[in-house]
Each structure stands twice: as structure tokens, then as C-alpha cells.
Design a protein around this ligand. Structure first.
Ligand SMILES: NC(=O)c1ccc[n+]([C@@H]2O[C@H](COP(=O)([O-])OP(=O)(O)OC[C@H]3O[C@@H](n4cnc5c(N)ncnc54)[C@H](OP(=O)(O)O)[C@@H]3O)[C@@H](O)[C@H]2O)c1
Length: 342
């Protein structure tokens, strides 16, 4: 039996609660929000497991959270980080079946940017051996969101719009859309990413800095008739895109990469064209989707990573002990995830 250490290295939250601001998932210096600490190794309670970390990912939600602008309050001094993968080394009551398994996990209370992590057994997915630790560290948040949102899109027509399409989630959704015979219309900021997005499955790619993007989008919208806009940017251009979409269109905001607050300019569209503005949060999907449907989605996600249809692009690896001094710089690269290893 493995003997666990008494203490562990962890990267902890410097502040508690909410900040009351929403400046976006960007930081000048991680030291403004995080600190290094030596903490007692936590003990799993009923329904929880203790995971020895192999790899953790850094998602925009982690950065919103450490800054106090996410959908749940911070606990000062608790380890940060929502998602990762590792080996289950101890289990609480009712979670014994996971003992010894390599799992992807979402954390609860004691976060992923630490040598040992607490996770609810319900939020652990035993990993197939073909799945690398890097893919395992980004196996839940983005892939489940991609599956859930493309499912919404496929029920509404053949085409759908994706903003921030160079994001990991954007690429997953374009690939999945193409595989389902749909036509993803991708919005990107950088012209040099157009071909890459087409290779990933986008039927059309528009560059948001193009001065005539609104006209170009209006023409594509008239011909492909997208009725779902999966939007992680939510700025004024998003509102223009929504206004150019056909009747019954749904603007589904699931991220806030831009700090700009858009103004609604055509309220009549909501009344006369049956258009809707709504949000999507994976947390709500998990609590509202029957377990057998979630199991089907999880199996499909693992199959896609196992056979190479999906993969996690990695921009940088950071050791846990190097995280605080180097995270802000590592996040400036825009071509993949920062992966943390112990
Ligand atoms: N609601 C949910 O349940 C849920 C679940 C998962 C993810 N999300 C959200 O999904 C989004 C993508 O997540 P991810 O992990 O895939 O992100 P990611 O891989 O870290 O990529 C984000 C990319 O978005 C682009 N971007 C950044 N700021 C932008 C801006 N102001 N305007 C346009 N593009 C911008 C950048 O690419 P370029 O430099 O190439 O433009 C950046 O690399 C995030 O907003 C995240 O919070 C939401």
C-alpha cells in the first residue's frame, strides 16, 4: 500500500469571494492572484477521492476564477485549478471502486494545481490506456461542452456559427460539426489561422478584423442560414452577427473572452423574428442531463481522443513549482493549452 506524505506543494488562491469586476481571463502577473504553499494532504470525505496529480490544464475558467469573476466564490488559501488527471490513491466512503485508477477529474474544494487533489467520484472518468496524460488533463471541460453545444446546434439546422474558433473548444466543435455533416462558420481574430480552421472542419472562416466582415457574414448567413451562434467572445461584433442571422436564431453565450459589454441594437428581432439570447454553462448541463446520457457522451469523447479525431494542442508545459513566476507569460501564447505537471 502506498504511504501518503503528510504535506504537499500547492498553488493557492490569494483572495476569497468575488471581486465584483469582470476584466476577462487575462493576468499581468500570477503573483497578484496566487501564492505557493505547503499544505496538509487532504483526506477524501464520503463520495470523494484523493488523486495524485499527473497533469492539470489551465482553462480560461481558471483565470476568471482566481480573479473572482467566475460562477462560484473563491476560498482564500485553497488550491486553485479545476481540471486534470492523475491516479486515485485514497477513496472516501462509496468511492472505493476508483482506487488505483488513472482518472480525468474535476475538482471540489481542493484544486488541481497541487501534488494531491480532492475530486468528487461523480466527476472522475477512468481513462482508456491509449489516452495520454495531456489529453486526460483536458478531457472534461472543453470536450463535454463541445459535445453538448454541437448537439444543440445540430437540432437547429445544418450550419452554426462559432466565435474564438482558434480556441481549443472552437477547434473541437468545428471538427465534430464536420464529422456530423454540419457546416461550422468560424470567426477568428488572426488571418493566419484561416487555413488551420478549415483543416479542423470549418466550412467558412471569417476574420473579425476584416473591415467588411459584417457584409461578408450577412451573405454567408443568407445562404447557409445558421440558427445557432456559439459565442465565447460576446462583444459588439457578436451582437452584429446575431442581428444578421435568420429568424429563430439563438445567440448562446458561453464565454466572455472580451471585456467589452455589447449593446442590443435591434430589440424588435426578439419580438418579431423569434430570436433568443441565452447562456450555456457545463455545470448546469451536468446537473440536468440524465447519467446514462452523460455516460454516452463521455464514451464518445474518449473514443474521439483515443483514435486521434480530437487532440489537445499544448503551448507550454510548466512544472507546478514554476507556475506562479511563469504562468502569465505562458498564457500569452495563443496556440494551445498550458499543461502543469507536478
Ligand atoms: N460555459 C461553459 O461551460 C464553458 C466550458 C468550457 C469553456 N468555456 C469557454 O470557452 C472559451 C474557450 O475556452 P478554451 O479553453 O477553448 O480557450 P483557449 O484554448 O484557451 O483559447 C482561447 C482563445 O480565444 C482567442 N481569444 C482570446 N481573447 C479573445 C477575444 N477578446 N476575442 C476573440 N478571441 C479571443 C485566442 O485565440 P487567438 O489569439 O487565436 O484569437 C485564445 O487563444 C472560454 O471563454 C471559456 O471560458 C465555457
Amino acid at each position: 500500500m502506498t504511504t501518503l506524505p503528510q504535506t504537499m506543494f500547492a498553488t493557492v488562491l490569494l483572495h476569497g469571494g468575488y471581486s465584483g469586476e469582470a476584466t476577462g481571463p487575462y493576468i499581468e502577473s500570477a503573483g497578484d492572484w496566487l501564492a505557493e504553499a505547503e499544505l496538509p494532504v487532504p483526506e477524501p470525505g464520503p463520495g470523494q477521492v484523493l488523486v495524485k496529480l499527473r497533469a492539470a490544464s489551465v482553462n480560461p475558467s481558471d483565470i476568471h476564477f482566481i480573479k473572482g469573476e467566475y460562477g462560484q466564490p473563491r476560498v482564500k488559501g485553497a488550491p486553485a485549478g479545476f481540471e486534470g488527471c492523475g491516479d486515485v490513491v485514497a477513496t472516501g466512503q462509496g468511492a472505493e471502486a476508483l482506487k488505483g485508477q488513472r482518472v480525468a477529474f474535476i475538482t471540489a474544494g481542493s484544486g488541481a494545481w497541487a501534488e494531491y487533489v480532492l475530486a468528487p467520484a461523480m466527476m472522475c472518468i477512468p481513462l482508456r490506456p491509449e489516452i495520454s496524460d495531456e489529453d486526460g488533463a483536458a478531457q472534461i471541460v472543453n470536450p463535454l461542452t463541445a459535445m453538448a453545444m454541437v448537439d444543440i446546434a445540430r437540432n437547429a439546422g445544418d450550419a452554426f456559427v462559432v466565435s474564438a474558433a482558434t480556441s481549443q473548444l472552437g477547434k473541437l466543435m468545428c471538427g465534430l460539426g464536420r464529422d456530423l455533416g454540419l457546416k461550422p462558420i468560424a470567426l477568428v481574430r488572426r488571418g493566419e489561422t484561416v487555413e488551420m480552421l478549415k483543416d479542423h472542419g470549418a466550412a467558412e472562416v471569417l476574420v473579425t478584423t476584416d473591415p467588411i466582415i459584417a457584409d461578408k457574414f450577412a451573405k454567408i448567413s443568407q445562404s447557409l442560414k445558421p440558427r445557432v451562434f456559439l459565442d465565447a467572445v460576446a462583444d459588439q461584433l457578436s451582437e452584429q452577427v446575431f442581428c444578421a442571422m435568420p429568424n429563430q436564431a439563438r445567440w448562446i453565450c458561453y464565454g466572455k473572452l472580451s471585456a467589452e459589454l455589447p449593446k442590443l441594437t435591434q430589440m424588435g428581432q426578439l419580438i418579431f423574428m423569434g430570436k433568443q439570447i441565452e447562456g450555456f454553462w457545463l455545470t448546469n448541463w451536468v446537473t440536468s442531463t440524465p447519467p446514462q446520457d452523460q455516460a454516452r457522451v463521455v464514451a464518445e469523447v474518449q473514443a474521439r481522443f483515443a483514435d486521434g479525431r480530437w487532440k489537445t494542442d499544448v503551448s507550454e508545459h510548466l512544472a507546478l513549482r514554476d507556475l506562479v513566476p511563469n504562468l502569465a507569460e505562458a498564457l500569452k501564447k495563443s496556440d494551445g493549452k498550458v499543461i502543469i505537471t507536478p
